[in-house]
Write a protein of this length. Structure first.
Lengths: 186, 186
DNA sequence: AATCCAATTAGACAAGTATCTAATTAGATA
DNA sequence: TATCTAATTAGATACTTGTCTAATTGGATT
């Protein structure tokens, strides 16, 4: 998917290949003619046509001595339309590991024993750490404030800050003015 | 015109830049986050973002320590649509010298005095030569066959072939079984 | 004011590729 | 069959550019 899109752009990302497409949009040409029109050697034009052909944008038919190339307009239009939707662009990033950032932050702030060196000040990093810490709680189960603190102590001595931020970011819920905490199932 | 189109494709012709666009299509990210997500160094991501920004596809706003980049969806869609019409592709070839091929053929087959070494056998080359030779006739004026031969003799001794081909390709008209020739105004 | 942190820039290196010349191939003509 | 012509391929060179490390810049926090 993504590779096809990239290959398509790579093929179009050359001025002489764009000119070839523009010329072939009007009429078919032989390699020799294109070379004369573009001021290039036939070998160079052959190279460009091979790349365009590989992308399915042009095709050749033998005509006497010549290979006459013509533009595959249907392929060009279908690619330009279908490949360019926002959905396809998101596909380009589909194989990106969306948790990579969280893992990097966790690694940066954790000691070997899993405890935190410091609690990050930046919002995005704090969120990543909190998403990590909250996994220590079972979904749905109720915890007293004392139990919560005991679990959080494994991460950092400032359990009050961790507890407050977990609630502030909505990762844990609190009920009854402080007596009961839980992590919602998801 | 053409340069803009080429620049646009060049910017899109990189897998990591496509991934960045895909990621930013979902939400905004800082350089650091993108670097972690893509497995690249921040400097590299900065480079890519600079290219995307140069094409107007992304923009940044400062947010505390970070530069948070967002996708300029409007620009992306407008470019992907408007730049990709067949008309724009033909524009890419607009600055190509369409007479270059004819000139090359004429040069290849002409002596210094303007006469032809040989009459080309290949159709495309013959056409180029005939388009050149026909300019020796005034548009609209009538010529006898003898006059036609006299003019063509300056190009090649085989005036009969030249005359026949000029008529065959429609560059000159004949009337009355051979008595009267003319080149139509155009 | 001093410090910190992310972003950017500068410089270097490596991979990809556009272009050329020269050699080879494929096809058509004589 | 032998020859001619255009196309392609092979090999070389030069330029572009994606990536990294190191140094610098620009804001924000203390």
């Amino acid at each position: 998917m993504s590779e096809e899109l990239e290959a398509f752009f790579k093929v179009l990302a050359d001025s002489n290949r764009l000119k070839i497409i523009g010329l072939l949009a009007r009429q078919a040409y032989s390699v020799e003619e294109l070379a004369a029109l573009l001021g290039l050697k036939a070998a160079t034009v052959s190279h460009h046509l091979a790349r365009l052909s590989g992308a399915g944008l042009v095709s050749a038919r033998s005509e006497s001595y010549y290979s006459v190339y013509r533009l595959n307009k249907a392929a060009l239009e279908s690619k330009s339309r279908s490949l360019f939707s926002t959905r396809d662009l998101q596909d380009a990033a589909a194989d990106v590991d969306l948790d990579a950032y969280d893992r990097k932050v966790i690694a940066d702030f954790s000691r070997k024993d899993g405890s935190l060196k410091i609690i990050p000040a930046q919002r995005r990093k704090l969120e990543a750490i909190l998403r990590h810490v909250v996994k220590a709680f079972k979904g749905g189960k109720r915890y007293s404030e004392k139990q919560v603190n005991a679990i959080l102590a494994a991460y950092h001595e400032d359990t009050a800050t961790l507890r407050r931020e977990l609630v502030g970011y909505g990762l844990m819920k609190r009920e009854g003015g402080g007596g009961s905490y839980w992590r919602e199932e998801r």
